[in-house]
Design a protein around this ligand. Structure first.
Ligand code: MN
Length: 133
């Protein structure tokens, strides 16, 4: 069992957001949310999450621009940012990885494997079973 991480979920579609929150919390993670790219950047600065899940298509500011702005912040330069994208866009894998994302998961997500997919991107830190403050 991975020690709980602080995960920022950026998603403008409420049912998708609620599903991801539910799954991650069930596995002991703490979740925060933002509903567009502008809010994502300000929330990321505020909470300094361990990992960010980023929808790509959102109003006001899309996920590509939000990821670019977050990457430009020295304090957040190393945070894993995972795109959560409609499977129609999975063909754009190279574009996604070239634009600041560490990986992606396809929407609709697969509830049975989603948390494991995300945990694979969490930085390993601290001794087993312990949490580094
Ligand atoms: Mn969206």
């Amino acid at each position: 069992m991975t020690t709980g991480a602080r995960i920022l979920i950026v998603e403008d579609h409420a049912p998708n957001l609620m599903l991801m929150e539910h799954l991650l919390r069930a596995f002991g993670h703490t979740t925060f949310s933002a509903q567009d790219g502008v809010e994502a950047v300000s929330r990321a600065k505020e909470i300094s999450p361990d990992l960010i899940l980023m929808d790509l298509q959102m109003p006001n500011m899309d996920g590509f621009e939000a990821a670019r702005q977050i990457r430009a912040l020295p304090a957040l330069a190393g945070v894993p940012i995972i795109a959560v994208t409609a499977s129609a866009m999975v063909g754009d894998r190279d574009k996604i990885l070239a634009r600041g994302f560490d990986g992606y998961v396809a929407k609709p997500i697969t509830p049975e494997t989603f948390v494991y997919q995300i945990e694979a991107f969490l930085p390993k830190k601290g001794p087993p079973g312990g949490r580094v403050a």
